[in-house]
Design a protein around this ligand. Structure first.
Ligand code: AMP
Ligand code: MG
Length: 365
């Protein structure tokens, strides 16, 4: 229905003889469309997790299911992860539709994570999204994974214009909206914080993901050991810390002490650049998102930052903080309502699509 109305609008817009009428019609039709219910199916599959989420345009998360590849040994191999997505994807989509209590014909839009991420994973997810859009005869929208983390955080918190600390397995960025884009104020110059935690964990015999395990052990830590505190302007670096932490382990320092030292140092670095971003942008909201946002010590440290700067703080709840489909569905709705459409023939994946390379035309200054 929504797609049909949009087609009528487009057809009218192309006819120059009735330009004025078309303008009026478009204006009223957009208001009318914004009052209609639009249900979006969002697929996330940029890395180790595959997710299917169903969200309506009033911001209700109707279903949000995901499955994460957790290899017993070693890291994530992109081809293994894409195979995982192909295996679990169709069933997750079916279950999400069932849980949302909708019939497939009520889905009016399909959105998918078009980038950034691992090529094979993105391709598998894109193939599923294209197939579903064609099968359901609904429009398709490609969503930037990092932007989706911010938008779902804004939906949950009610924040309109936060400084966002986005910390996950593949990303570490401090982001804020300026000049029509989500600008990266600071980021890691090498590995992401989640990756640093996972690689350290693996080297001392923990399974994947190691972040939660490190958090638990850190609470038992007694002695703090100096690790490289690498903040370079607004950017930071975690590879030196990883090397030094492994060296401490080979020297026989107890693992809880290393976990404690890693957390205090790594989170302290993040707090420093988040504080500077708040001071610079003068924004009044601080949002914490991404898989590492589940860490209670990080939440505590950033709560302190927010209090010192007298700004509101929200950390995205665990079910929406990691990689999942609801964030893709919600951002897909925002993009679609702002006029975004993706032709199947043009729906190429964007493995290196940075957060600050997309015009965020659904937001204004
Ligand atoms: P994502 O890439 O957003 O799916 O998040 C996954 C990353 O979050 C992995 O690197 C995990 O180790 C990390 N993570 C999950 N829970 C925690 C936690 N409680 N503390 C620290 N890191 C965590
Ligand atoms: Mg992520």
């Amino acid at each position: 229905m929504v797609g049909l109305a949009e087609e009528i609008i487009k057809a009218l817009m192309r006819n120059s003889a009735i330009d004025k009428c078309a303008d009026l019609f478009v204006k009223h039709a957009r208001i009318w469309l914004s009052h209609m219910t639009l249900i979006c199916l969002g697929l996330e599959g940029t890395a180790h997790s595959f997710g299917a989420g169903i969200v309506s345009n009033d911001g209700t998360v109707m279903a949000n299911l995901w499955d994460m590849l957790s290899p017993e040994k070693g890291g994530i191999h992109p081809r293994e992860a894409s195979r995982h997505h192909a295996e679990v994807g169709p069933e997750l989509v079916r279950r999400a539709i069932e849980e949302a209590g909708v019939s497939p014909s009520e889905i009016g839009l399909v959105a998918f994570s078009i980038g950034p991420g691992l090529g094979p994973c993105l391709r598998t997810t894109a193939t599923m999204a294209r197939t579903l859009a064609l099968r359901l005869s609904v429009p398709l929208v490609g969503v930037n994974h990092c932007v989706a983390h911010i938008e779902i955080g804004c939906l949950e918190s009610g924040f309109s214009d936060p400084v966002t600390v986005y910390v996950s397995g593949g990303n570490t960025q401090v982001i804020a909206f300026a000049g029509g884009r989500f600008r990266t104020f600071g980021e890691t110059l090498d590995i992401a914080i989640g990756n640093m935690l996972d690689v350290f964990g693996r080297s001392v015999g923990m399974g994947f993901p190691a972040g939660p395990r490190i958090e638990r052990l850190a609470r038992e830590g007694k002695e703090f050991h100096q690790l490289p505190y690498s903040v370079k302007g607004m950017d930071l670096s975690y590879s030196g810390m990883l090397t030094a932490a492994r060296r401490l382990h080979s020297e026989g320092v107890p693992v809880p002490d290393i976990c404690y030292s890693i957390q205090e140092t790594a989170f302290g670095m993040l707090a420093e650049i988040a504080e500077r971003a708040l001071a610079h942008t003068k924004k009044s909201e601080l949002l914490l998102t991404g898989g590492v946002a589940r860490n209670k010590r990080l939440i505590e440290i950033l709560t302190g930052v927010a209090e010192r700067h007298d700004v509101l703080f929200h950390r995205v709840s665990p079910s929406l903080a990691g990689d999942q489909g609801a964030m893709i569905a919600w951002t897909g709705i925002l993009q679609y309502q702002a006029g975004d459409r993706l032709d199947i023939a043009e729906s190429f994946i964007r493995p290196r699509w940075r957060t600050d390379e997309q015009d965020i035309h659904w937001r204004s200054e």
